[in-house]
Design a binder for this molecule. Structure first.
Ligand code: ACO
Length: 330
């Protein structure tokens, strides 16, 4: 019988340091009122100067592994979604493979910005259901504070650091990855990007002076695309799964802005109480956003047998995607 991929355990790590809106008032010309009313954010976490994407990813992974009942030695593959790797190369996944002591595991990074975790669920599902691997560790980890200009009020209030991980297996109780749907449009890549640091613009004194190594974003445009693409990704995913909007028990959207989340929830006519949010306390943590929210949802709520969770995300590229998770039979 074909194996069905399922998340058997999750875990997250958030750095200790909290950066509040009040703190940001001391750094740029902004206000708690502006940030909260435009984004729903009150605070976000910031990694310490000697804490990196691999460190946060490892901590989240260790929690997920402990909860899963399998050890790092059992892992066949480690996948890391990040736009803030420790290095351009080697991969953050390889660094984590070494720290976790997972000698049997292949390891690679991939990048779909804020849609990274949803892309990762699709990759893991393909490997498991294709019979290639049995035990996969999917990690989303971001140190966005390393690419943010804390003098630019347009961006510095929005982002935070954090990591989350999932152990995905071919058997056992958990959340079936029932369906995924992915998309991309590189034609508007310029609306959200990190212009410097790649081969088009390697680091030079001039590139650093121009601030090309900081995230750059056309916020208003990104907002419009995000709402439209997340809605269509979610509808496509539901169609593929043969489900109706009314079958959704929990909606976990990308945690970029509460107004974007509310716009999507409104289009789905889903009860506000069924929309899970962490944006007020963590801000936008890119790839790890939906993953941290999923982990907290599983900690805080009872997910009944057959309940459907809809994850939907949007990010630079542009990329977008949705995934439907369903509580598996044991
Ligand atoms: N404090 C005070 N004023 C500010 C701030 C701030 N932090 N930031 C911008 N402003 C000002 C602007 O300068 C502008 O002033 P002006 O009219 O004098 O020029 C004014 O506020 C209004 O700016 P808008 O851009 O119109 O504000 P908007 O209501 O669109 O909100 C925001 C901006 C929050 C960025 C919103 O557009 C947004 O959330 N966009 C989507 C961002 C997003 O999701 N990004 C991540 C995608 S995922 C990924 O892959 C990383």
């Amino acid at each position: 019988m074909a194996k069905a991929a399922r998340i058997v355990a999750t875990g997250s790590y958030l750095p200790e340091r909290i950066l509040t809106n009040k703190d940001l008032e001391q750094m740029v010309d902004t206000s708690d009122e502006w940030i909260f009313s435009r984004t729903g954010m009150k605070e976000r976490r910031i990694a310490s100067s000697n804490e990196f994407t691999s460190d946060m990813g490892c901590k989240a992974a260790q929690m997920a592994l402990e909860r899963s009942g399998i050890s790092a030695q059992d892992l066949d593959l480690i996948l890391v979604a990040t736009i803030t790797p420790d290095y351009v190369f080697p991969s953050t996944a390889a660094l984590i493979q070494s720290t976790l002591k997972a000698p049997q595991a292949a390891a690679f990074d991939f990048q779909a910005a804020c849609t990274g975790y949803v892309y990762g669920l699709a990759i893991a599902k393909g490997f498991i259901e294709g019979g290639v691997y049995k035990n996969i560790l999917l990690i989303a980890s971001e140190k966005l504070s390393s690419i943010i200009d804390y003098k630019d009020r347009n961006t510095c209030v929005l982002f935070g650091d954090g990591a989350s991980a999932a152990v995905i297996r071919d058997s056992g109780p958990g959340l079936l990855i029932k369906q995924t749907s992915l998309g991309a449009d590189g034609g508007v890549a310029n609306l959200l990007m990190l212009p410097g640091g790649g081969c088009r613009q390697p680091a030079t004194l001039e590139s650093v002076e121009k601030g090309l190594h900081y995230l750059s974003m056309e916020g208003k445009e990104v907002f419009k695309h995000a709402v439209r693409r997340m809605q269509s990704a979610a509808i496509h995913c539901l169609d593929l799964a043969g489900l109706a909007q009314s079958d959704i028990d929990w909606l976990i959207p990308h945690q970029a802005n509460e107004r974007i989340i509310d716009a999507i929830a409104k289009r789905f006519e889903i009860d506000e109480a069924k929309v899970f949010k962490t944006v007020h306390k963590y801000g936008n943590t890119s790839a790890s956003g939906v993953a941290i929210a999923l982990d907290e949802l599983l900690d805080e709520k009872d997910i009944g047998k057959g309940d459907n969770l809809l994850l939907v995300a949007f990010g630079a590229g542009f990329t977008w995607g949705a995934a439907i998770l369903t509580r598996a039979e044991i």
